[in-house]
Ligand binder design. Structure first.
Ligand SMILES: Cc1ncc(COP(=O)(O)O)c(C=O)c1O
Ligand SMILES: [Zn+2]
Length: 412
């Protein structure tokens, strides 16, 4: 059962009914879901959560939909890996990787869409839609298929092939617009006013964004019911970043963990770092930019939640870091070679940012640190194609040994 009481404007506090709305009519502030936390406190406990399914739906009491009707393709409860090898390289003894690249459509976006699709059915929509930088597209298409809904997905035309195929395969109608994500998003805002479609990240955004809280809950539970000392999170719109913090705060407010003292660190690639730029200027207002980055999944020049991400940085004492574009690939390789996890560019951004923070001495050796790996490398293979350089041989012993010796032999 859902414990939602309504929607509330984050700026002026005006209350709204539970409807597909995302903006306040009076001040244009974003709307957020409100809950009856007293009722939640009565029903939730570590034990009740532990009895739930091994998916994000074990936290249904803290989500804005009825979990019994969830559009569920087994998203969540992804592995938290103790990253000893990467930790050794970076001089960190308590480093963990939250490997969210193994969700059903291979990114954390399955979390937000599972909630949004469920809410869309509750509202009686028959069409699911989104504006996407790539990963949301696949998640919407997969959940739309499961829900038996029609699906329209809008993407910038220059997206990686793995993301286009990984969306079209579910039978979604894909619309590739010749422009940036920000152009696509603007178009979709107009479409959401015209068509009665559930745009997960526009008119469904208050519900959708709550799904990311589960990345806070899971990490706390997997650490033995405690918040980490540091969280390293890649950012595009900034929604994921703010909602991981909201999730940790909720757990501590409900007494399920101790005080959440996590320093929330936000990472972007240099070629699209408008939130980091505002942080450097000590401003809470993001100046939109035109992205030019290898990390296409993070290429949002006008981040909807930038203001709230900056407030979260201030509230938690975290840092915002931009990483040089060339270090994104290095980050992907470093994670793969040390921990056996193949991530996409967003994960490369996380690892490069983690390295930057470790080098700056921001993270103490023994502090519990979680790096969020939010997308899968198999979707963006073209950016690391240069590693595919096999020894070409005839299928016989002589040919192998000749090639092996030429490549340096047993010492190689
Ligand atoms: C893999 C991946 N990680 C992180 C993000 C950032 O999410 P947000 O827009 O909530 O900041 C995205 C956004 O598309 C993404 O695809
Ligand atoms: Zn308002």
């Amino acid at each position: 059962m859902s414990h939602v009481t309504g929607l509330r404007c984050r700026e002026c506090g005006r209350e709204y009914p539970i409807e597909p709305l995302n903006v306040c009519d009076f001040c244009f502030g974003p709307l957020e879901v409100s809950y009856d936390y007293d009722a939640i406190a009565h029903v939730i406990s570590r034990e009740s959560i532990a009895k739930g399914p091994l998916t994000m739906w074990r936290y249904e009491d803290l989500l804005p939909v009825d979990g019994a009707n969830a559009v569920d393709i087994a998203t969540g409860f992804t592995p938290l890996i103790k990253a000893k090898n990467l930790g050794r390289v970076l001089g960190l003894d308590n480093l963990y990787i939250k490997n969210d690249s193994v969700n059903p459509s291979y990114s954390f976006k399955d979390r937000v869409v599972s909630v949004a699709a469920t809410k869309a059915l509750e509202f009686g929509f028959d069409t699911l839609a989104c504006a996407s930088t790539g990963n949301l597209a696949g998640a919407v298409a997969a959940h739309g298929a499961k829900a038996g809904m029609k699906v329209f997905v809008f993407i910038p035309a220059d997206l990686e092939e793995g993301k286009i195929i990984g969306t079209a395969i579910y039978g979604a109608k894909l619309v590739a617009a010749k422009g940036s994500y920000d152009d696509v998003n603007r178009l979709c805002s107009e479409l959401a006013d015209t068509y009665r479609w559930a745009f997960v990240n526009i008119n469904m955004r208050p519900y959708y964004s709550e799904g990311s809280k589960t990345l806070g809950y899971e990490v706390a539970e997997q650490l033995g019911w405690r918040a980490p000392d540091h969280a390293i999170v890649p950012a595009a719109s900034g929604s994921l970043f703010t909602k991981i913090w909201k999730g940790l705060k909720e757990l501590s407010d409900l007494g399920l963990i101790g005080q959440a003292h996590t320093k929330m660190h936000l990472i972007q690639a240099q070629g699209c770092s408008p939130i980091v730029e505002a942080y450097r200027q000590n401003s809470l207002h993001v100046r939109p930019i035109k992205p030019n980055t290898i990390a296409k999944s993070l290429a949002i020049g006008n981040p909807a939640d930038g203001f709230y991400a900056l407030k979260t940085l201030k509230a938690t004492g975290g840092r915002a870091e931009a990483v040089p574009e060339e270090e994104v690939i290095e980050g992907i390789k470093l994670l793969a070679e040390t921990e056996g996890v193949f991530t996409e560019a967003a994960g490369g951004v996380t690892v490069a940012g983690l390295r930057q923070l470790a080098n700056l001495g921001v993270i103490e050796k023994n502090e519990v640190t979680v790096a969020y790996i939010t997308g899968n490398g198999l979707k963006t293979q073209e950016i690391v194609r240069h590693v595919a350089n096999p020894l070409i041989i005839e299928p016989n012993m002589e040919s192998f040994e000749a090639a092996f010796m030429a490549a340096g032999g047993p010492r190689s």
